[in-house]
Design a binder for this molecule. Structure first.
Ligand SMILES: *[C@@H]1O[C@H](CO)[C@@H](O)[C@H](O)[C@H]1NC(C)=O
Ligand SMILES: *[C@@H]1O[C@H](CO)[C@@H](O)[C@H](O)[C@H]1NC(C)=O
Length: 150
């Protein structure tokens, strides 16, 4: 019984601190997030539970499906400015982030993405899946309450 009470408390209180509520996304981000979620789910076979766990800050780098899903999100989102050879430059596409900035995070959202992309690029990590994972980690670490995860 005690255990049950404890579980109820955990379930009740966890969502308060976990990620930006969908209603605060604004129309543009909502559309981008839905598109990425659908496309990258199909491509990688990740489960919604894996995605929810990540959204709530439980990063499981042993789970190759969520790792691939995460890499897909970054690659399929125009998050990076393309370079001449068509390979992502690992330089953040600031105009995109400004364009989809949720009203609640005006002046914060794009800045946070640019900073985490810079951090990931400057780490010199060669494996894109790992680099993308670390960039996502950085976003969550910076502001868990306003974390956005498709
Ligand atoms: C990326 O994150 C992993 C942990 O997930 C860490 O071991 C690694 O050092 C990080 N890489 C860089 C280059 O920061
Ligand atoms: C890159 O990292 C992922 C995730 O850890 C791993 O599965 C993959 O084999 C790595 N790729 C290379 C080329 O090392």
């Amino acid at each position: 019984m005690k255990m049950l009470k404890f579980l109820c408390l955990v379930i009740l209180f966890t969502p308060i601190f976990a990620s930006l509520p969908l209603k605060d996304y604004g129309p543009k981000l909502t559309e981008v997030v839905k598109h990425l979620h659908d496309e990258c789910s199909i491509l990688t076979g990740v489960t919604d539970t894996d995605i929810d766990n990540t959204r709530n800050g439980n990063f499981d780098e042993k789970n190759i499906y969520i790792m691939r899903y995460n890499a897909c999100l970054w690659l399929h989102s125009d998050a990076f400015i393309p370079s001449d050879d068509g390979v992502p430059s690992l330089h953040g596409n600031k105009n995109l982030f400004l364009d989809i900035e949720p009203p609640k995070l005006k002046g914060k959202f794009a800045k946070m993405f640019m900073r985490c992309i810079d951090e990931a690029r400057e780490s010199g990590e060669k494996n894109f899946t790992v680099l993308a994972w670390n960039a996502t980690n950085c976003l969550h670490r910076t502001d868990p309450e306003n974390f956005v995860y498709p």
